[in-house]
Design a protein around this ligand. Structure first.
Ligand SMILES: C[S@@+](CC[C@H](N)C(=O)[O-])C[C@H]1O[C@@H](n2cnc3c(N)ncnc32)[C@H](O)[C@@H]1O
Length: 245
């Protein structure tokens, strides 16, 4: 899994110094969709929360007869998605209940949404209520104690947008304010007692922000190696939550 180092400490740091991302970074990109795929059964009903302009599953990746609903707080984001992205969409705030969604879905997905909400507890409670009994939630979010989250909490959003445009060629319109409420492993486990099963998978992926500096890449690779080897899960840069109602 992506929370494991792909090579020895020296080997990974040496590669980073040469400007290469550790091998496990390639695995990280695939892992979320790999986890989703066993739940893609014909006719399944999927809710994509914080779906915005980019649904987690492109229309061609969906199973036959699937109903795919997008939910986002911003109508403009949903309307900015390519035509055919959603069978229908709901403009709504995941921290507030939407009673008409209750018990409707086999699978709820969210990619890089939950660090943006003011209450992770309320968001997860609402997601729970939108699932049918036995339904599954798979979400990926950024961690509160990652260096970029710590920096993002002191740097104004305008400056963050400029830095990410420079460091990652990110479109400034794709950078949203983040709160990181309860976004660390032990907090997530603590606030999800009603779920029948919860796996919180730590991901160490901070190097994607540092590709412009080989020294920072090497330093961060050493730090991530330490974090993974010591199971310092609360410090991970990202998490996947895989939970069953
Ligand atoms: C970083 S974008 C991720 C979009 C998409 N999931 C992706 O991976 O490209 C975060 C999205 O969450 C939405 N969002 C932020 N707060 C929200 C909330 N409280 N309820 C629902 N959506 C929210 C934003 O409008 C935005 O579309």
């Amino acid at each position: 899994m992506t929370s494991r180092a792909s090579g020895g400490f020296k080997e990974e740091v040496k590669q980073a110094w040469a400007g290469k991302l550790p091998e496990r970074y390639g695995l990280a990109e695939a892992s979320f969709l790999d986890l989703v795929s066993p739940s893609l059964t014909p006719g399944c009903r999927i809710l994509d929360v914080g779906a915005g302009r980019t649904p987690v599953l492109a229309p061609e990746a969906r199973p036959v007869g699937c109903e795919y609903v997008g939910l986002d707080i911003a109508r403009s984001e949903l309307e900015g998605a390519p035509a055919g992205s959603y069978d229908s969409f709901v403009v709504g705030d995941i921290t507030k209940p939407t009673p008409e969604l209750e018990g409707r879905f086999d699978l709820v997905l969210s990619l890089q949404l939950l660090e943006h909400v003011k209450s992770l507890d309320d968001s997860l409670n609402n997601i729970y209520s939108y699932l049918r009994p036995g339904g599954r939630f798979l979400g990926q979010l950024s961690g509160r104690f990652s260096f970029f989250a710590l920096a993002g909490r002191v740097i104004p959003i305008g400056a963050s947008r400029a830095i990410l445009k420079w460091a990652q060629h990110r479109d400034p319109a794709s950078v949203f304010p983040a709160h990181y409420h309860h976004c660390w492993a032990s907090a997530i486990r603590k606030i999800t007692p009603q779920w029948s099963r919860v796996d919180v998978i730590p991901i160490w992926g901070g190097n994607a922000y540092l590709t412009r500096s080989r020294a920072l890449l090497a330093l961060n690779t050493a730090y991530e190696h330490w974090g993974m080897a010591g199971n310092h899960d609360n410090l991970a840069t990202h998490y996947i939550i895989d939970a069953r109602r």
